[in-house]
Design a protein around this ligand. Sequence first.
Ligand code: SAM
Length: 278
Amino acid sequence: MESILNSLSDKDFVKIKKIVLNHAGLVLKDDKKDKIFSKLKNRMKKLNIFDLNVYCRYLIANRAELEEFVNLLTNLSTYFFRENHHFIYLAQHILPELLSQKNRIRIWSAGCATGEEAYSIAITVYENVQHIENYDIKILATDISSMGLAVAKEGRYRANDLKMFSSERRQNVFTLIQYQNIEYLQIKNSIKKLIYFNHLNLFEFWPMKGLFDVIFCRNIFIYFSKEKAEFLLNRLDKQLAPGGFLIVGHAESSFIYKLKYLRVAETIYKKPISGNIV
Ligand SMILES: C[S@@+](CC[C@H](N)C(=O)[O-])C[C@H]1O[C@@H](n2cnc3c(N)ncnc32)[C@H](O)[C@@H]1O
């Protein structure tokens, strides 16, 4: 019986790194080499491939496998109301400002992982917009990870992990359910219907035609190379309406100055209405 790789040479690791960087923009760190090697071996074993060169060719030629492999490498860590000051600012400043001008609002959670970010936005909208039925407010939530999106679309989270929510919020936003003897909180349809979940690789074609009023792109840039991060930033700029808001993660503000947006709060930036602020 042929054996799978015993180790991953530096040269081969570079090959894998290049493929993942080109496809998803992700930088695989050297200290993760062992972890990545073990995932790679499992994948190859499953496919009965014993040679890394063969697997690399297969990865490049077979899109489904590339997506499957990248699925194993993405970091899906997230939680409800992460960096809560973003949601407070959304409720107290962004929503009132936008709703004083129009009743159609589009928000994008770019890199929504397992959905908590998109639901936190939807809960904020639901709890703060009176007569929500009079407005056309939609949230697009996208991610490259099909595993993340599957959880996001379910909208069902372990009740034990959501103990921080007040009983009022629990009642308004979730339904308590039992599933395989475990208690879960299921997002109510009134919240869920505000969101569209979709698979989207930030470095491939974006099918969205309209501009967004608010873009959350948080805790993602840190995984990309500098070139990819700057490329993405310029793309986000084109997809954001004049006067719109870009919200990034706490460690991601250092290069936003390139857009010449106005910093309105910590890691929250406003695109000028016309021309750049100099
Ligand atoms: C650490 S999570 C951040 C989740 C959420 N935005 C937050 O701040 O809690 C990073 C997410 O970025 C996604 N991601 C990584 N590369 C991506 C790409 N090229 N296109 C779209 N999503 C990507 C991952 O799948 C993962 O869900």
